[in-house]
Design a protein around this ligand. Structure first.
Ligand SMILES: Cc1cc2nc3c(=O)[nH]c(=O)nc-3n(C[C@H](O)[C@H](O)[C@H](O)COP(=O)(O)O)c2cc1C
Length: 235
């Protein structure tokens, strides 16, 4: 998730290392990084975004990835410019694609042809040289294309034929279970739930309380990583 905490030249830093380590320490199986830009000409989206465009960028990420790996957690780079990525990384890297109906500028947007459009989109994506599909929706388990229709996760699974990561209010363990057992998701991912509880997996395992996400304290006035987050007690 985007946290505008990198150096101004795009190098990842110690603060980010500490930030990501909390999720690894807190029991997450994998961490999807914030959006990383891939070239120095056109792909940077915002200030203090990390890059993977230069040798210095690569070196700066290494200690973060190594620290995360020390906890047995995998690290997935969220690369922007997804279409061109398989060609760049070759066949050995796991590459996935993430999509939603909602747009940044119109969260409520739905594909005009409903489930039929979903079938076309996921069938097409399923034929691309990618390894998984990551979908998000307001509610990751809800009917996504009108009454009686599939959820995004189920549509991705049925039509795309690849492993699916489901997202959308799945910080609630019952909802996460439903996404896996009823909607066919292979993995679930957490956004706000993980921001509030970087140790969600351990808290759920131990039956501990999950804190509510408070946008005010974590994301305002800007979304950079706060001391308060780094000082959280990780279970
Ligand atoms: C601070 C913040 C940063 C985010 N950054 C990204 C991002 O870089 N890429 C992305 O695909 N989604 C991003 N998202 C969306 C989340 O990945 C997720 O889809 C959303 O929070 C809904 O999931 P949730 O109900 O588990 O929170 C971000 C969300 C938040 C709150």
């Amino acid at each position: 998730m985007t946290r505008v905490t990198a150096e101004s030249d795009g190098r990842a830093n110690d603060r980010m290392k500490h930030y990501y380590e909390r999720y690894a320490k807190g029991g997450f199986a994998a961490i999807i990084s914030e959006g990383i830009y891939t070239d120095q000409k056109h792909s940077q989206g915002y200030d203090n975004q990390p890059g993977l465009a230069t040798k210095e960028h690569v070196e700066a990420w290494k200690p973060i990835v190594e620290t995360v790996h020390e906890h047995g957690t995998k690290m997935i780079a969220q690369l922007m410019h997804a279409g061109a990525i398989r060609g760049v990384v070759g066949s050995k890297f796991v590459v996935g694609i993430r999509l939603s109906q909602g747009k940044v500028s119109d969260q409520a947007y739905k594909w005009p042809g409903g489930e039929e459009t979903a079938e076309t989109i996921f069938t097409t994506i399923g034929e691309l040289p990618i390894d998984y599909i990551h979908v998000t929706d307001g509610d990751g388990t809800a009917e996504s294309f009108g009454e009686g229709s599939r959820s995004m996760a189920k549509a991705a699974k049925d039509f795309g034929g690849k492993p699916v990561i489901a997202n959308g209010k799945l910080g609630d363990p019952d909802q996460a279970l439903k996404a896996v057992e009823e909607e066919g998701a292979d993995f679930v991912s957490l956004g706000t739930g993980a921001l509030a509880n970087p140790d969600t997996p351990h808290r759920v395992q131990k039956g501990l309380e999950l804190k509510e996400f408070d946008a005010e304290s974590i994301l305002f006035p800007i979304a950079h990583v706060k001391d308060m987050e780094l000082n959280m007690d990780i279970k």
